[in-house]
Design a protein around this ligand. Structure first.
Ligand code: ACO
Length: 430
């Protein structure tokens, strides 16, 4: 007997199907609720609404579990390369050696970007935010590949778009960095692996052939990209799916995801964390004062990098990244004063009843910024690195939605505005 949920409205009982996911999660299927009862459900911010079924990522916020296609994030971060994880997310299985080589080779075919794209930098004001630039550049890719505009035209064109996006994203991110510094662009070097190539395009120089990224940094970057690769139906992934549901092309859908990621409550938090730590340091390092401010409901200040919509125990990515952070700083011999503030803040927040009661723990963004800073990235570049990591996740979410031919996303609302009223001509409005 399939499980059902009963709902009584105006004395009439309705039965609704209950769905169970492969990890035992339960959902009441309300898709027919309005037809049956005339009612919709109201859930502002989708705090309790499943927008899709998905076979990509499993997350249990209470137990602190994160798995991609069944593999734990701990295993992937420790044992896989970023491109292996990208392949896994996109295809559902880990690649064989031959599949991996083929995937990597195909990506390498597309690492250059059209020279015309460089012209866009002339239009960006000096010092403009790298995320604004990344949104524009990603969106502009659609203009260079008009055949990609219809995502339902042919699978071949879509597959090429997927490879192009994965291949060009590091090149574009590195171009943004170089242009910011007024340095000439370093072209991709296809003899290097994905992460080393990105680091070379960013920190290498056209006048130097022998830049070799420190293996500690390559390893840390690889882990950071993996930890950011997907996170099921978060704000940016839902945005990508929502925009894609109107059958917008993948470049535009991805650009929309990057825009959603930019916000300080989402990916933009990694920049905010570092700015907050700097602020506390410059203010004299009185951590207790800032914890008190975060708890004060009359003060808008929040501890950036703390709390998460779904993790209410711990963020498994934060555990992995904390260790990477210690490793990187130790191996590079960096003594960063903001790290001391970060440690004190973490300790104070984790022992304070306000944070314990609300289950507010450090999230992935709390530590990632410290590593990015140690590697040498400017603060406002941190969210770009998050976007680069999240790309295979967005694409996988978009592909799943497209292949399942999901309908256009269109939430409903409860109108709470004015009742009908007659129009009054301007001269009679008093
Ligand atoms: N500092 C102080 N108080 C906080 C914080 C914080 N960082 N986060 C939540 N709270 C408090 C809220 O004031 C609220 O208190 P109340 O119940 O007394 O009103 C309670 O904890 C619940 O918070 P909500 O905002 O309702 O939780 P929600 O799930 O909507 O928000 C969010 C989650 C946006 C991540 C929030 O915790 C936050 O703003 N954190 C700081 C920003 C941040 O680090 N974002 C990155 C998230 S991870 C990512 O996107 C990759």
């Amino acid at each position: 007997m399939p499980e059902t949920a009963k709902i009584i409205l105006d004395g009439t009982e309705y039965e609704l199907p209950v769905m169970t996911g492969s990890e035992g999660e339960k959902a009441i299927d309300i898709s027919k609720l309005r037809d049956l009862t005339g009612h919709i459900t109201l859930d502002i911010g989708y705090k309790n609404t499943g927008a899709t079924t998905s076979g990509i990522t499993f997350l249990d916020g209470e137990l602190g579990i994160l798995r991609h296609r069944g593999y734990s994030i701990e295993d992937l971060a420790e044992k896989a390369s970023y491109l292996e994880v990208a392949y896994l997310l996109l295809n559902g299985t880990l690649p064989t050696k031959a599949q991996y080589t083929d995937f990597e080779d195909k990506i390498k075919e597309h690492t250059l970007v059209n020279e015309g794209l460089e012209g866009m930098f002339k239009a960006f004001p000096t010092g403009s935010h790298p995320m604004g630039q990344l949104i524009s550049m990603t969106s502009a890719l659609s203009l260079f590949y008009p055949k990609s505009l219809n995502p339902h035209r042919d699978d071949e064109a879509v597959n090429r778009t997927v490879l192009r996006l994965l291949a060009k994203m590091p090149t574009i991110c590195a171009m943004i960095y170089k242009k910011r510094h007024g340095h000439p662009i370093v072209y991709p070097k296809n003899s290097l692996d994905y992460v080393s190539n990105y680091l070379n395009m960013t920190f290498g120089q056209v006048t130097m052939d022998n830049y070799t990224p420190d293996p500690v940094i390559v390893d840390a970057m690889n882990k950071l990209l993996i930890l950011h690769a997907d996170h099921e139906q978060n704000c940016s992934a839902s945005t990508v799916r929502m925009v894609g549901s109107s059958q917008a092309n993948l470049y535009s859908s991805t650009a929309a995801g990057i825009a959603a990621l930019w916000g300080p409550l989402h990916g933009g938090a990694n920049q905010e964390v570092l700015e907050m730590l700097e602020l506390i340091r410059q203010d004299g390092g009185n951590v207790a004062k800032w914890v008190a401010k975060a708890k004060d409901k009359n003060d808008n200040f929040r501890l950036m990098g703390f709390g998460h919509r779904v993790y209410k125990n711990f963020d498994p990515r934060a555990r992995i990244i904390k260790k990477t952070c210690d490793d990187v700083l130790n191996k590079l011999g960096i003594h960063d004063p903001v790290l001391e503030i970060a440690k004190q803040l973490e300790e104070a927040a984790l022992t304070d009843p306000y944070f314990i009661e609300r289950k507010l723990y450090p999230n992935v963004d709390f530590y990632s910024g410290i590593i990015y800073r140690a590697i040498g990235f400017p603060t406002d570049f941190f969210t770009v690195l998050f976007a680069m990591g999240r790309l295979p996740g967005w694409i996988s979410q978009w592909q799943e939605m497209r292949k399942e031919k999901q309908p256009i996303a269109r939430p409903r609302q409860i109108y709470v505005g004015e009742p009908p009223r007659p129009f009054v001509f301007m001269n009679d409005r008093g």
